[in-house]
Design a protein around this ligand. Structure first.
Ligand code: G3I
Length: 359
């Protein structure tokens, strides 16, 4: 106890050194990372980020962080149904092709997202008329055109995204309505027919909490195995908050790993916004607390058997680009990612590096 005041003083001074005084805008001191290790050099599994094509093209700081730190990339939006296939006979490949070329030129893996996400279905699809066979054909045509276009150039696809409710029921979706629950298995089959070598993932949020949703996903995996439907991995999105229950995460990760499938933390970010006023700044204490949770998450991931560690993908690069800060979200001041508004590493970055270092 007698060391407590010195400890507090030490923590305060180190925070001030790292960030400047916690007043006004977050002041992150210039951190020179030249010559320092990168995430991709230190972490023993692939480390990815979801990318915005316009930023990659236009923002040099953003692009440099991507090049320096990551060895796997995902399109944040450019490979979604509405982006690639905006009208019945129209496919727009340019943004997605740009990303795949970028990955190839820089020896990066592409984890592609997503073939079917009920929430990102274009209007022309919801207005389509036809019987069950016609809907199956539409599903097949979209999936096989897209998978064939990127064949041999992407490592994996999130085939279906967010098909279950928290209570384990199927989530409302036009494909569910027109084809029935088997639309999920059909999507995996169609993708596999188009590229038998590409890895196929099911992706969803909230699996870290376990419960009925995780159970429904695990049941789906067992059913697929029985029926010989190809599935190679599960993506846990991991849009988490500071209060995440790490014990629960460890327990549920173990259940997911017990399927034998590859495990992907596919959209990791860590909101610090909970119960904060609309406008707030990330102070050093909160930034350090966030780093500790990132550390614990990486440690939990490292308990997955090595051969099943597909990797971790961060859902963005700098805090300013996070979808949590988009205009459509009510919380416009969140700091969920590893890099600050100027693309400087935050404590979360260093804690992630630290967690990956061999003891
Ligand atoms: O492209 C238009 C642009 O032309 C327009 O100027 C702008 C105006 O706001 O909107 C742009 O589209 C937005 C797009 O992001 C690109 O910024 C859409 O409105 C917006 O809905 C879209 O949000 C994306 C969301 O998925 C829906 O597709 C987020 O960026 C993206 O981070 C988010 O990602 C999802 C994962 O795919 C699945 N898991 C959940 C995760 C978060 O919702």
């Amino acid at each position: 106890m007698k060391y407590l005041p010195s400890l507090i003083l030490f923590l305060f001074l180190s925070s001030v050194l790292a960030y400047g005084f916690p007043a006004g805008e977050v002041k992150i001191a210039k951190v020179d990372t030249t010559g320092s290790p990168s995430l991709k050099a230190v972490l023993p599994f692939p480390i990815g980020a979801a990318l915005k094509v316009n930023l990659l093209k236009k923002n040099l700081n953003y692009r440099n962080v991507v090049l320096r730190e990551f060895n796997s990339i995902t399109a944040e939006n450019a490979m979604k149904f509405h982006a690639l296939h905006p009208a019945p006979n129209v496919f727009k490949w340019s943004d997605a092709d740009y990303l795949v070329n970028f990955a190839e030129q820089n020896n990066m893996r592409v984890h592609a997202q997503t073939l079917i996400w009920p929430k990102s279905t274009p209007r022309w699809v919801t207005e389509f008329h036809g019987d069950r066979e016609a809907w199956k054909n539409l599903l097949r045509m979209h999936i096989q055109t897209v998978v064939t276009h990127f064949k041999g150039r992407v490592a994996a696809w999130d085939v279906v995204n967010e098909a279950f409710e928290d209570n384990g029921a199927y989530k409302k979706a036009i494909w569910l309505e027109k084809i029935g629950p088997d639309y999920i298995a059909l999507a995996f089959q169609y993708a596999h027919e188009a590229d038998p070598d590409v890895l196929l993932f099911y992706n969803d949020y909230g699996q870290e909490h376990g419960g009925k949703k995780l159970q429904a996903i695990l049941n789906m995996v067992s059913d697929f195995k029985k029926r010989g439907i190809p599935i190679h991995g599960l993506g846990m999105q991991m849009h988490v908050v500071l209060r995440i229950n790490i014990k629960n995460l460890q327990r549920n990760l173990a259940l997911i790993a017990a399927t034998g499938l590859k495990v992907h933390m596919s959209e990791l970010d860590l909101s610090v916004r909970y119960k904060k006023p609309h406008e707030f700044m990330l102070d050093p204490t909160l930034a350090i607390a966030q780093g500790e949770v990132y550390h614990a998450i990486v440690k939990a991931f490292l308990n997955v058997p090595e051969s099943q560690q597909y990797g971790i993908t961060l859902w963005g690069i700098g805090d300013r680009d996070s979808f949590w800060n988009s205009k459509s979200k009510s919380r416009t001041h969140d700091y969920p990612l590893l890099f600050d508004h100027s693309y400087k590493p935050k404590p979360a970055y260093y804690k992630m590096l630290d967690a990956g270092r061999k003891r």
